[in-house]
Design a protein around this ligand. Structure first.
Ligand code: FE2
Ligand code: FE2
Length: 283
C-alpha cells in the first residue's frame, strides 16, 4: 500500500513501532514549544471549524486522566513498565491540552471551559458501571488488560492521524507547528500501547474480550465526553480524500495485531458520521 504519511507525521502502516521504556522516560517532558512563534498565532487565519475541532481535542487530551484512572485500577498497575509509562503519559497528554488551550487564546478564541477537575467528577451511571465491569474482569483475568492496551493503541494512532490531518488542512502555520510537535509524543504513546497489545493478545480469551469490548462499546477518541461534536470532528478530520485514507491506515495497522484481522471500526464509524452530518466547512 502506498503510504500517505511523511517524516514526523503519523506512523506509516508498514512501520512496526518500537518502544524503549528507558528512552521514553529519559525524554518525557512537557510539550516543548521552543522556537514556535506563539505570539504570531493571531496573525494567521483560523477557521471556525478548526476552533471547534481544537476545543474537542483540548477536552480529549484532558480526559486522559479518566483512561489513566481506569488502567491504574487493573492489574496493569503491577507491571513495572506499564506503571512507569502511565504516569508520564498522563503528564504529557495534560500538556497537549494546555498547549491547544494556549493557542486558542493567543489566536483570539476562548478555549474549552472544561478543566481536568471537570473530568474527574462522578460521571454518568453507565460509565461508572463500565469502569466497575472492567475492574472486575481484570481481577478475574490478566487477559483483560489486552482490552485497555488495544484500545489505547487505537486511540493514540487515531490521535496521530487526527493531528496530521489538522496540520495539513490549516492555513495557520503556528497551529501546524504545535500539532506536529504533539504528533511526536503521540507516536511514542502509540508505540507503547501497540507493543503491549501485541504482547497481551496472545490467548484466544484475550482476543475474544477485545473483540467484544471494541465492537460493543468503542467510540472514537474524545466521543464519550463530547458526543455532540464527535460527528463534526470525525468528518472534518477524516471525511474527505486523504482523511478517508487515514482511517483505512489506522484500521489496517490495528488489524495486524494478533487476532485483530477483523478490525475496521474507525472507517465504519467515520462513514456513519458522514452519513449523519454530511459535508462540513473547511479553511
Ligand atoms: Fe495527546
Ligand atoms: Fe497520546
Amino acid at each position: 500500500m502506498q503510504t500517505i504519511l511523511r517524516g514526523n507525521d503519523a506512523p506509516r502502516s508498514d512501520e512496526e513501532p518500537a518502544f524503549d521504556l528507558e528512552k521514553f522516560l529519559a525524554i518525557s517532558k512537557q510539550l516543548d514549544l521552543t522556537g514556535i512563534p506563539l505570539e504570531d498565532a493571531g496573525k494567521y487565519p483560523l477557521h471556525e471549524s478548526e476552533v471547534r475541532v481544537l476545543r474537542y481535542m483540548q477536552d480529549t487530551e484532558l480526559y486522559t486522566v479518566h483512561y489513566m484512572k481506569a488502567l491504574m485500577a487493573t492489574c496493569a498497575l503491577a507491571d513495572t513498565e506499564a506503571r512507569a509509562f502511565l504516569v508520564n503519559w498522563g503528564y504529557e497528554e495534560c500538556y497537549h491540552g494546555r498547549a491547544l488551550a494556549k493557542f486558542l487564546e493567543l489566536a483570539g478564541h476562548a478555549p474549552s471551559e472544561r478543566s481536568v477537575a471537570h473530568f474527574a467528577k462522578p460521571r454518568k451511571p453507565w460509565e461508572i458501571l463500565q469502569d466497575l465491569g472492567s475492574r472486575f474482569l481484570s481481577f478475574l483475568s490478566d487477559d483483560f488488560v489486552a482490552v485497555h492496551t488495544t484500545w489505547g493503541a487505537l486511540n493514540e494512532l487515531t490521535a496521530c492521524h487526527a493531528y496530521a490531518s489538522l496540520a495539513e488542512q490549516t492555513q495557520n502555520p503556528v497551529l501546524a507547528q504545535i500539532v506536529r510537535r504533539i504528533i511526536k509524543d503521540e507516536r511514542r504513546h502509540f508505540a507503547f500501547y501497540y507493543q503491549q497489545a501485541r504482547r497481551r493478545l496472545h490467548t484466544p480469551l484475550a482476543r475474544r474480550m477485545v473483540r467484544f469490548a471494541l465492537e460493543k462499546t468503542w467510540e472514537p477518541v474524545g466521543g464519550p465526553m463530547n458526543p455532540e461534536h464527535l460527528d463534526f470532528v470525525a468528518v472534518y478530520l477524516f471525511g474527505e480524500g486523504q482523511g478517508r485514507a487515514r482511517t483505512r491506515e489506522v484500521d489496517e495497522t490495528i488489524a495486524r495485531l494478533p487476532g485483530m484481522e477483523w478490525f475496521n471500526l474507525l472507517t465504519k464509524s467515520t462513514a456513519a458520521s458522514i452519513e449523519r452530518v454530511g459535508p462540513v466547512a473547511r479553511p
